[in-house]
Ligand binder design. Sequence first.
Ligand code: DSN
Length: 419
Amino acid sequence: MSMINNELNRNPLQAVDPEVYTTIAAEQKRQQENLIMIASENLVSRAVLEAQGSVLTNKYAEGYPGSRYYGGCTYVDQAESLACERARQIYKAEHVNVQPHSGTSANMAVFLAVLKPGDRILGMDLSHGGHLTHGSKVNISGRYYQSFSYKVEPDSCLLNLEEVRKTAREIRPKLIIAGASSYPRLIDYDGFANIAREIGAVFLVDMAHTAGLVAAGVHPNPVLCSDIVTATTHKTFRGPRGGVIFSRQKFAVSIDKAVFPGLQGGPLMHIIAAKAVAFKEAQLPSYAAYQKNVLANASALSEALIDLGFSLVTGGTDTHLVLVDLRNKKISGMEAEKLLERAGIIVNKNVIPFDPKGANNPSGIRLGSPTLTSRGMKPPQMREIADLIEQAIAGRNNGGSLARIKQQVDSMCSEYPAY
Ligand code: DSN
């Protein structure tokens, strides 16, 4: 142990494990040298990184602040209480649980709290923009529960609440889920809440993608009209990788019991401390400005792509993401993802509603503005990037054109450092 301590004091990671050190350094370089447009990713602050990498990782703290199964919890109790108090204030929530390890864990805890195996749930179809944990047949949510889905309209690709209402009345689910992973428009949470009330269902919103926009007040707050809200803290929210659950007081005990001891053991106290830091950052005026820029950038990107002849699902965006239907460009989502990566632009292939090619080789790509906005980019840079995407796709058989695009990407990346 003393040998390890000496190494740690000198130059910890590089000395103890040069392979992992080199891998992390390479990943840091990749994040700096590429335009990262994965809609669900972001760049955390150095303060969040520091809390995540802290000695709080050493502590076991099964239970909740003031009621733990281990001694020595004074300081981790403080960290968790700060996280809960800040989160409650930001989202005006009656109750919050900051222990879920991820968005998926948060959703599973809600199911465990309010459903019995075999109960009916109704969520957005995965191939229309929903999430795996909202009832997909390959996920526990579609295997342990009877899952049903609502879809978007064939022409507009928009949600139609009258259709959702019809399906809900027919199915009579115990739980209705609103929220999406690749739906670029605002969701009418009040409308969903009315449907849930009409049929006596519990109403869950999964705001994993938009939690940051909500925290800054630039998107409506679903906590006000729903029974339970789940979120991740690492997407638009710009905190550490993890999950969180907000609920009405009447669900507080069952949700806390579902998270621990129902699904998880020891909470990740270093991550919870980092969540507390991110909740503090979300209360700064600069955070609201950041989230406004996230929206302005996605909107500028969407307009520029339309001007360049791209077809966007729903014709635009109200959020941080844009879903591009590439069929008119005669390139698949997978080919576009690989091609753009060679140019230094990182996106993900994505299914589009009614995709004729299916989920394994989908027809679209999903682009997001959060990471580039964290680097300080603004609408003029979004227009420049839209141009680069168009040039890469149009000149895909021309190696020289891709090299020129990569040079432009390099110069933008140096002008807007990730850290
Ligand atoms: N993987 C996340 C996303 O990219 O949307 C959802 O869990």
